[in-house]
Design a protein around this ligand. Structure first.
Ligand code: UDX
Ligand code: ADP
Length: 460
C-alpha cells in the first residue's frame, strides 16, 4: 500500500525525538521530517557538528539525512501546519506540586503542544504520543482538541518508544517490537495502519503490535516497571550475597540459564537510574492508588524503595570503610552518567552517592568521558566555586592523593586504566569500590588495593 505520509513533524528534540526521527529519516528518504523544539540552543546543537546528546552511531545517522529530508528548527507552527503526522516527544517529568505530586506525570508540556496543534492544524492530522506518558494521556490530548475552535477530528495514537540510551540506534534499527495503539474505529484503525506502514519499511510486520489506546499506554509503563523490578530483585540478592559469601554474578548466571528467566538485565549495580524507570513506576503506583488498589501500589513502590536502599547501602559502605570519617579525604569518582555510552545524568545513581559523600565533607575528583562539567555541577546542586567538587578531564587526574576510587558508571575505558600507576599516586591504604562490578578484582587486590564490589565476597 502506498504511504499517505509525506511530511512528519516531531515536537521535542530530546533523547527520544532526535534519534527516532534520525532513524525514520534514514529509512524513508522520501518523507520530509521537521524536528522542532522551543529550546533554541538545543536546535542549534542539532544543526552543528556536536549534537546535544551523545549516542553511539547517532552523528553519522544525522549527518546523512540532515538537510536532505531531516530538518531541525524552532518553527513549530509551520511544521505542524505542513505535516501529515505529528509526533509529540516532549518531556513529561514527575509532578512536583498539587494533586499527584511526586507520583503523577506533569502533562503541561504535552498539553501545550496539543494546544499548538489545535490552533495551527488546518486539516485533520494523525497525532502520535511518543513521550513516556501516563495512561489516559490520549484523553487529555483529545480534550484539548475537542475544546478548540477548529474542532478538526485528529486521530490520536499511542506509539511508545522502547529504545534504551546507549544502544538507541540498534534498538531503533531492529526493535523487539513496535507498539501502536489507537481507537478501534474505522478512522483510528486507518491511522494505525498509516503509522505501521512507515515502520514496515524496515521492520517486519509480525513485530508490529496493534492494540487499543489504553493497552499501548499501559504496556510502556509495565515494560519499564518489569525491567526495573528485575534490577531491584538482583540488587536485593546482592546484599544477601555479601553476607553469605555467594557471588551475585554466579547466581545471576545460574538463574539466567533458565530460559523462563533469561540472562538479560541481571547485572547487580549501585541501583538503576535514567529518566524513565522511577517516573514510570511512580506513575503506575499513582494509577493503582487512584483506582483503589493500594496493595498493587505498594508492591510496585517497593521496587523503588529497594533501589534507594541499594544506593544508600553502597554509599554507607564507603563511609564505613573509613570508620565513618571521610571528611577532607579525596575520593576519585569514575563515571557520572546513569549508564555507559550516554551523556545523560537524569536520575543517575551517581548523584545520590556523590551527594552522600559530600555531606560527609569528602573532596570528590570526578571524571566522566561524556558528561559536561556543568551538568555534573547542576546535578549536585553546586558550582565550580565549591572546592570539594573538582571535575577532571582525564581519569588519571583523579587519583592524585586519593584515598579511594569509586566506580559509578560502567564505561568500558575504566577497564583499561593503569591501576598500578593509580595505586602509586594514591594515599594508602588505597580502596576501590566497584559499583558496577566491571573491574578485575583479583588483579586489583594483587596490586595492593582493598576492593569492595556489589554482591561479592570481600577481597582483602
Ligand atoms: C529504559 C528501557 O530499557 C527502555 O526500553 C525505555 O524506552 C526507557 O527506559 P534506559 O533508561 O535508557 O531505558 O536504560 P536501561 O538500559 O534500561 O538502564 C536503566 C538503568 O538500569 C541504568 O541505570 C542501568 O545501569 C541499570 N541497570 C540495567 C542495572 O543496574 N542492571 C541491569 O542489569 C540493567
Ligand atoms: P526525552 O528523554 O523524553 O526525549 P528530553 O527532555 O530529552 O526528553 O526532550 C524533550 C524536549 O521537548 C526538550 O528539548 C524540550 O525543550 C522540548 N519541549 C518541551 N515542551 C515543548 C513545546 N511546547 N514545544 C516544543 N518543544 C518542547
Amino acid at each position: 500500500m502506498a504511504s499517505k505520509i509525506h511530511k512528519i513533524c516531531c515536537v521535542g528534540a530530546g533523547y527520544v525525538g532526535g534519534p527516532t526521527m534520525a532513524m525514520i529519516a534514514n529509512k524513508c528518504p522520501d518523507i520530509r521530517i521537521d524536528v522542532v523544539d522551543i529550546n533554541e540552543k538545543r536546535i542549534a546543537e542539532w544543526n552543528s557538528e556536536i549534537l546535544p546528546i551523545y549516542e553511539p552511531g547517532l552523528s553519522d545517522l544525522v549527518a546523512e539525512a540532515r538537510g536532505r529530508n531531516l530538518f531541525f528548527s524552532t518553527e513549530t507552527e509551520r511544521a505542524i501546519r505542513e505535516a501529515d503526522i505529528i509526533f509529540i516527544s516532549v518531556n513529561t517529568p514527575t509532578k512536583t506540586y498539587g494533586q499527584g505530586a511526586h507520583r503523577a506525570a506533569d502533562l503541561r508540556y504535552v498539553e501545550s503542544v496539543s494546544r499548538t496543534i489545535a490552533e495551527n492544524a488546518e486539516e485533520p492530522k494523525i497525532v502520535v504520543e511518543k513521550s513516556t506518558i501516563p495512561v489516559r494521556t490520549a484523553e487529555a490530548i483529545r480534550a484539548v482538541f475537542d475544546a478548540s475552535e477548529t474542532q478538526h477530528h485528529h486521530e490520536v495514537l499511542s506509539n511508545p518508544e522502547f529504545l534504551a540510551e546507549g544502544t538507541a540506534i540498534s534498538d531503533l534499527e531492529s526493535p523487539d517490537r513496535i507498539l501502536i495503539g489507537g481507537e478501534q474505529t474505522p478512522g483510528g484503525l486507518e491511522a494505525i495502519n498509516q503509522l505501521a506502514d512507515i515502520y514496515n519499511r524496515w521492520i517486519p510486520e509480525e513485530r508490529i503490535i496493534k492494540t487499543n489506546l489504553w493497552s499501548s499506554e499501559l504496556s510502556k509503563l509495565v515494560a519499564n516497571a518489569f525491567l526495573a523490578q528485575r534490577v531491584s530483585s538482583i540488587n536485593s540478592i546482592s546484599a544477601l550475597c555479601e553476607k553469605t559469601g555467594a557471588d551475585v554474578d554466579e547466581v545471576a548466571k545460574a538463574i539466567g540459564a533458565d530460559s523462563r528467566i533469561g540472562p538479560k538485565f541481571l547485572n547487580a549495580s549501585i541501583g538503576f537510574g535514567g529518566s524513565c524507570f522511577e517516573k514510570d513506576i511512580l506513575n503506575l503506583v499513582y494509577l493503582c492508588e487512584h483506582f483503589g488498589l493500594p496493595e498493587a501500589a505498594q508492591y510496585w513502590e517497593s521496587v523503588l524503595q529497594m533501589n534507594d536502599w541499594q544506593k544508600q547501602r553502597f554509599a554507607d559502605q564507603i563511609v564505613d570503610s573509613f570508620f565513618n570519617t571521610i571528611t577532607d579525604k579525596v575520593i576519585s569518582i569514575l563515571g557520572f552518567a546513569f549508564k555507559k555510552d550516554t551523556n545523560d545524568t537524569r536520575k543517575s545513581p551517581a548523584i545520590d552517592v556523590c551527594k552522600r559523600l559530600l555531606e560527609e565533607k569528602a573532596t570528590l575528583l570526578i571524571y566522566d568521558p561524556k558528561v559536561e562539567p556543568t551538568k555534573i555541577y547542576d546535578a549536585l546542586e553546586t558550582d565550580e566555586e565549591n572546592s570539594n567538587v573538582v571535575i577532571c578531564s582525564d581519569p588519571n587526574q583523579t587519583f592524585e592523593k586519593a584515598q579511594a576510587i569509586v566506580v559509578l558508571t560502567e564505561w568500558d575505558e575504566f577497564k583499561d586504566i593503569d591501576y598500578e600507576a593509580a595505586h602509586q599516586a594514591m594515599q594508602k591504604p588505597a580502596w576501590i569500590f566497584d559499583g558496577r562490578n566491571v573491574l578485575d578484582h583479583k588483579k586489583l587486590t594483587g596490586i595492593g588495593f582493598k576492593v569492595r564490589s556489589i554482591g561479592k565476597p570481600n577481597e582483602a
